[in-house]
Design a protein around this ligand. Structure first.
Ligand SMILES: Cc1cc2nc3c(=O)[nH]c(=O)nc-3n(C[C@H](O)[C@H](O)[C@H](O)COP(=O)(O)OP(=O)(O)OC[C@H]3O[C@@H](n4cnc5c(N)ncnc54)[C@H](O)[C@@H]3O)c2cc1C
Length: 305
């Protein structure tokens, strides 16, 4: 049996950031990640300003700087500047491997590939059965992402796709958003010669397209904020580990502040006529916290016994 203070399940942006900041704060942390890195992951690979700021403070070379957004809706193109500081882009195989490496350098014991199979509670401890030796921990952080399987498929299920292209003409400082009936997509440059195109489409819309291009409903996507929210909630957790109620309250606020405006913007996207709506949506959804200061504070915190 391995014993740690904090066990993190999942080595994506949320798990790796939580492990990194907790280890820097003096906690004894172990992390389980079931896949071998680097691994590809379906994602638009847009890094919103709060996450970009943390990544830069950790030494990531983030290029390009994305300062413009365009909405390509049929024949219509809306153009707007994104509020400073700049967003960026990074392939998920690079981003996730970078964060996990930083977590390991901060002192996290990373077990990979190793899967968490079950968790049982005994008094004030948890026992996690894994694909290897069990781990005992006082705190377990579930950062294993969205479950992939659901009992029964539903028409409103979102199916996601991603592809990398070379020779794309999307300018490096631009993110292009492409709403369409039943879904949305996004395209950007990664800065290494590749461009990412990712999209989500409702199950019923995809089936309708396969049948004969029938009209389908619309989704309310959250545009390019998932990584940033994952990392920000992880930072919040690293500050509030001993006060779960505070974490739950503040986390609800964090997500509500980000998700409501972006869902609204996403809903209005296909009908948007004014560029300022794009800028406003980005500003409301992703205010930039003082990441480097937060990280420095954790480093300076006294080590726990
Ligand atoms: C089509 C699409 C486009 C997107 N585009 C963007 C974008 O442009 N920008 C953005 O910010 N966000 C985007 N997102 C959202 C973003 O991908 C997620 O918000 C982000 O990955 C969440 O990070 P996470 O760490 O919570 O989970 P994940 O990234 O899913 O990481 C979870 C990790 O846990 C591991 N795991 C799972 N179960 C176990 C287990 N039992 N044991 C051990 N390990 C386990 C998994 O292997 C995985 O590595 C997009 C999502 C989709 C679907």
């Amino acid at each position: 049996m391995r014993r740690v203070e904090v066990l993190v399940i999942g080595g994506g942006p949320a798990g790796a950031t939580a492990a990194l900041l907790l280890a820097r704060g003096g906690r004894q942390v172990a992390l389980l990640e079931q896949s071998r890195f680097p691994r590809r992951k379906v994602c638009g690979e847009f890094i919103a300003p709060p996450a970009a700021a943390l990544l830069r403070s950790l030494g990531a070379r983030l290029e390009p700087e994305i300062g413009r957004v365009e909405l390509w809706a049929g024949e219509r193109v809306l153009r707007a500047r994104l509020p400073a500081p700049c967003a960026s882009a990074m392939a998920r195989e690079d981003l996730d491997a970078f964060l996990l490496r930083r977590a390991a350098e901060a002192g996290t014991a990373v077990y990979q590939p190793e899967k968490a199979l079950s968790i049982d509670r005994f008094k004030d401890q948890y026992i996690c059965e894994t694909s290897s030796t069990p781990i005992q921990a006082a705190v377990v952080i579930a950062a294993h992402g969205t479950p992939q399987r659901r009992a029964a498929p539903r028409p409103s299920d979102l199916l996601a796709f991603k592809a990398h292209f070379r020779g794309a003409t999307v300018p490096g400082d631009l993110i292009a958003l492409l709403p369409f009936a039943g879904g949305y997509g996004g395209a950007l440059h990664l800065g290494d010669g590749r461009a990412t195109f990712a999209c989500c489409i409702r199950r019923d819309a995809l089936e309708a397209l396969r049948r004969a291009g029938e009209p389908a409903g619309e989704v309310q996507p959250v545009v390019g904020l998932g990584i940033s929210l994952a990392m920000r909630s992880a930072a919040l957790l690293s500050r509030t580990l001993d006060t779960p109620a505070v974490y739950a309250r503040e986390c609800r606020k964090l997500y509500a502040r980000a998700l409501l405006p972006s869902a609204l913007i996403a809903h209005l996207m296909p009908h948007a006529r004014a560029p300022w709506m794009l800028t406003l949506g980005a500003r409301l959804a992703a205010p930039s916290p003082a990441w480097p200061a937060a990280c420095a504070a954790r480093r300076a915190a006294p080590r726990r016994p």
